[in-house]
Design a protein around this ligand. Structure first.
Ligand code: ATP
Length: 284
């Protein structure tokens, strides 16, 4: 059914929280960016009902609990097409529980494959709406690129692409439960917010310096002490010449923005001596 479909990781160039909604979710405003680090997804029909997922990480769910399987179920439920038994293969490259939307991106990749095969007329917007039922980051991952994401992350506006640059991505060895950070956020007490409109203008003007100056994630403001390594990685990246460095999503992954490949490559090499998961990437 599919050759390899790439499921790209995302970074948050900016992440702001505007308020808490009556339904318990927070209102977000984020500048999202896909990067070249990607899981590899294959989708094939199989005899029998339902979806089986095989991954190279034994601890990930193999059946309905996998976000890729949830996306397939939601695709057939939302389109009304008769469900097809599927075997999904995932080669994980994106660190799990890293704030890089790895699972969401796998789900979005499955949606793209199923649309191509069963509903080629279905517009992006409709596929994104199906994705929103699967997870908050799935709609962005359907198209990827550079986008403004608002609401829970499902209200998307396409932005001009991030100008050519290099990203050094570093995930420390621990994870941060997303609900733990959301519980700490009191919107009125946040000391600082990213200048998202300014970042959008800087993207329009292809002003990498202006983008770098506005990179910020409000979760950093409420990060408990036990996760201080996030700030150590940020300082290291800045010391190694990054134009800016920020945490992505609810962490713990940190990334640095570099103009030059050489500088980024040597920063990645240096970080890799201290941290288990370091990647040198370009925006896609
Ligand atoms: P986000 O940036 O969207 O908050 P994340 O990087 O923090 O995501 P993921 O790696 O996308 O987190 O998802 C982690 C959780 O989802 C784990 O509990 C994992 O078991 C479960 N999961 C289900 N399916 C997948 C999948 N295909 N890939 C990764 N995790 C999956």
């Amino acid at each position: 059914m599919s050759g390899v479909e790439y499921a790209y990781a995302k970074l948050n160039l900016a992440l702001d929280i505007l308020g808490k909604r009556e339904d318990g979710y927070h209102d977000l405003r984020m500048v999202m960016q896909s990067i070249g680090l990607a899981d590899e997804i294959t989708v094939s029909p199989r005899a029998g009902a339902g979806t089986e997922v095989g991954t190279d990480l034994p601890y990930l769910p193999k059946g309905d609990g996998n976000i890729a399987a949830k996306a397939a179920a939601q695709f057939f439920a939302a389109t009304g097409l008769p469900p097809v038994g599927l075997a999904i293969g995932i080669k994980k490259r994106i660190p799990v529980c890293a704030g890089m939307a790895g699972g969401s991106s796998d789900g979005a990749a499955v949606l793209r494959v199923l649309r191509r095969v069963y509903a080629p007329q279905l517009p992006d917007y409709d596929l994104e709406k199906i994705g929103a039922q699967v997870g908050s980051d799935v709609p962005f991952c359907v198209r990827g690129g550079t986008m403004l994401a608002e609401g829970r992350g499902e209200r998307l506006s396409v932005l001009p692409p991030l100008p050519p640059c290099w990203l050094v991505v570093c995930k420390p060895a621990f994870s941060i439960p997303t609900p733990e950070l959301f519980a700490k956020v009191q919107v009125k007490k946040l000391r600082c917010h990213p200048d998202v409109p300014g970042m959008v203008r800087a993207l329009e003007q292809k002003d990498l310096e202006g983008i770098a100056r506005r990179m910020y994630n409000v979760f950093e403001d409420v990060l408990p002490r036990k996760y201080q390594q996030v700030f150590e990685i940020k300082s290291t990246l800045l010391g190694l010449g990054a134009m800016a460095a920020s945490m992505t999503g609810s962490g713990p992954t940190v990334f640095g923005l570099f103009r030059e490949q050489d500088e980024a490559a040597s920063a990645a090499e240096s970080l890799a001596t201290q941290y288990p998961s370091v990647f040198l990437c370009r925006p896609v």
